[in-house]
Structure formats: structure tokens, C-alpha cells
Design a protein around this ligand. Structure first.
Ligand code: SAM
Length: 303
């Protein structure tokens, strides 16, 4: 069975996978690339697809979101215990009427938030299995699979309206766990990947989107915002890794969707190959924000 993302994630790349796979460096197909790094891994759509298509020896994933990284660690190390707990949560949730489901959802959300202050993200142990179970439960049952936290870092997304949500997709969790056995999973800023990049490395960057307009800023993945200054800093990092000879791809929303004169990324990535591809956005805060838009793909090689 082919493993796919086990979380719903804003900006998930499932919609754009074909476009991305079509633009991989030819060295990947020739077996000349030995390492894959994804510094903003999110739900990992590209990582799962890539490692099941090409035999890459070393894979490193990073994300600043420690809740997300905790789930990856538990899927890697304790998938059977995770499945048992999720199966219990799923059986109970599906047996309840809507009002009782709400009580269960908000109870779990509250427990999850109450444990945050003392939670030991830095050490792996049994405490992480319960947290990962609660996180997956909330992710599969909340509104649109969003991850949004308040200033204190508390998860504050309301319950979604799914009749039969899949909370425990055990076959996929096992398949993902098998893949993750050889993956290095790291919580941290994308620049922590610096020491791992060499000239036989392919890096795919999928940073938080630059909001298409000031009012559509829904990219609340973590308490750390990603401003235009962060996008500029990331472009410096891209140039630094380019000089090292690594193969690089980066995606983002195309500001020209809303303002044809906005050349923000064209200027930041001048000198590289910039392509505009069609994507269907999965998650948006407004219904009218759905539909076909363009995304940009920046590569430092010819495609
Ligand atoms: C657009 S999402 C990636 C989506 C992913 N490609 C997928 O298919 O699900 C951006 C990710 O970057 C993470 N992030 C935000 N700021 C970061 C930083 N400074 N360093 C590393 N990761 C960061 C967020 O937590 C989020 O998971």
C-alpha cells in the first residue's frame, strides 16, 4: 500500500504533486541524488510521494510546529499503540449523536490545551502517544482540518461537520510508519537544515504562503508568523544553498493572482527558473477563496 499524508494540512501539496514530480531534477531519475531535505514538511505529501518513487538513501524533514513533529515521531516509533488509541477514539466518537460528539470534541480540545504548558516536547516517551492521538483526533474532526492556535499556543479550531470522519486510518498509518523508519525527523526552524545540505541533495521548500491579500491571511500554522521579511530571508538561504551546488525547488502562492503588478517573488528569485502552475487550494477561510489559482515553482535547474 502506498503511504500518503496522515494529517489534513493547510497548503498540503496533494493537488500540486503531479506538477512537482514533473519538474524534479533529472539527476533524481539518474540516481545521482542521495539526500532529500524538506525544511517545511507539513503533512509531507511531497516527501511520501518522492521516497516511494525514487530510492533516496537519506531523508531529513523539519518543521517548526512541535505538535506536528510529535505526531511524526509517534508514527515512526509507536504506530501500533497510536492505532489502538485512535481506534478507541474513533469507535466512541462515531457511536455518539451530534451534541454528544461536540462534548467529546471540546473535552479533548480542552485537555489537549491544558497539558500544553508542562508538555515535554524535547523528550520522547509514552506521554507523546496520547498527545499525538489527541492531535490526530482533533485534526480529523475539526473544521476543515485547520491548525490554528491563539497567542498562548492553544488550539482553538471549532468542531467540523463530518458525518463519518476517518480518525484511525490504520493501513495508511502503518504504511507511513514503514517509510518513516529511515527518515530523520527534526523540530526546528528551516535554517537548521543548513548543516545537512551538500551537492547531491535535493531540497524542496514549501514555506507558509504569502497571503494573497492582507485580509486573507489564514496561514496560522504556528505561533511564528511568516512575514515578507521571512520570505526575503528564505530567498537568501536559497541562494546560499544554490552556491553549494544543491538542487532546489520552492513553491509559493503567486501574488499576481490578485495583483498582476506584484512581482515580489520574481524579484526575490531573479536569475532562477520561475514557473506558474495551476492549483486548487484545499483550505481557505472564505468559501469564495476556493477555486483555481496559480502557484509559483522556483527551481535552480532547467526543467
Ligand atoms: C505550506 S505548509 C507545508 C505544507 C506541506 N508541503 C504539505 O504538503 O502539507 C508550511 C509549513 O511550514 C511550517 N513552518 C512555518 N515557519 C517555519 C519555519 N520558520 N521553519 C520551519 N517550518 C516552518 C509550518 O508549521 C507548516 O507546516
Amino acid at each position: 500500500m502506498k503511504a500518503k499524508p496522515f494529517l489534513k494540512w493547510a497548503g498540503g501539496k496533494t493537488q500540486l504533486l503531479d506538477e512537482i514530480m514533473r519538474r524534479l531534477p533529472k539527476e533524481m531519475k539518474e540516481g545521482k541524488i542521495h539526500r532529500y531535505i524538506e525544511p517545511f514538511v507539513g503533512s509531507g505529501a511531497v516527501m511520501f510521494e518522492l521516497v516511494q518513487t525514487y530510492p533516496i538513501e537519506e531523508v531529513f524533514i523539519f518543521d517548526i510546529n512541535d505538535e506536528l513533529i510529535t505526531v511524526y515521531e509517534v508514527v515512526q516509533k509507536d504506530v501500533e499503540r497510536l492505532i489502538n488509541r485512535l481506534a478507541e477514539l474513533e469507535t466512541l466518537f462515531l457511536s455518539l449523536e451530534k451534541e454528544k460528539r461536540k462534548v467529546m470534541y471540546y473535552d479533548i480540545r480542552q485537555q489537549f490545551n491544558e497539558k500544553l504548558a508542562d508538555f515535554r516536547f524535547g523528550t520522547y516517551g509514552d506521554h507523546k502517544i496520547e498527545r499525538a492521538s489527541e492531535f490526530i483526533f482533533l485534526n480529523r474532526t475539526c473544521f476543515n482540518g485547520l491548525f490554528r492556535v491563539n497567542k498562548k499556543g492553544e488550539f482553538n479550531v471549532p468542531m467540523g461537520d463530518y458525518k463519518h470522519p476517518t480518525i484511525c486510518d490504520e493501513d495508511n498509518l502503518r504504511a507511513a510508519s514503514a517509510i518513516l523508519q529511515t527518515v530523520r525527523i527534526m523540530q526546528g526552524d528551516y535554517k537548521e537544515s543548513r548543516g545537512f545540505v551538500h551537492d547531491k541533495t535535493f531540497v524542496y521548500f514549501d514555506p507558509p504562503y504569502r497571503p494573497l491579500s492582507a485580509s486573507s491571511s489564514f496561514t496560522a500554522y504556528s505561533k511564528f508568523d511568516f512575514t515578507d521579511d521571512h520570505q526575503r530571508e528564505l530567498a537568501h538561504y536559497y541562494r546560499e544553498l544554490d552556491k553549494r551546488g544543491a538542487f532546489l525547488m520552492l513553491s509559493n502562492s503567486d501574488p499576481k493572482n490578485t495583483d498582476p503588478m506584484d512581482a515580489f517573488f520574481d524579484e526575490l528569485y531573479a536569475g532562477f527558473t520561475i514557473e506558474r502552475v495551476t492549483a486548487r487550494r484545499n483550505i481557505n477561510s472564505k468559501g469564495n477563496g476556493r477555486g483555481t489559482i496559480h502557484e509559483i515553482l522556483v527551481t535552480n535547474y532547467e526543467v
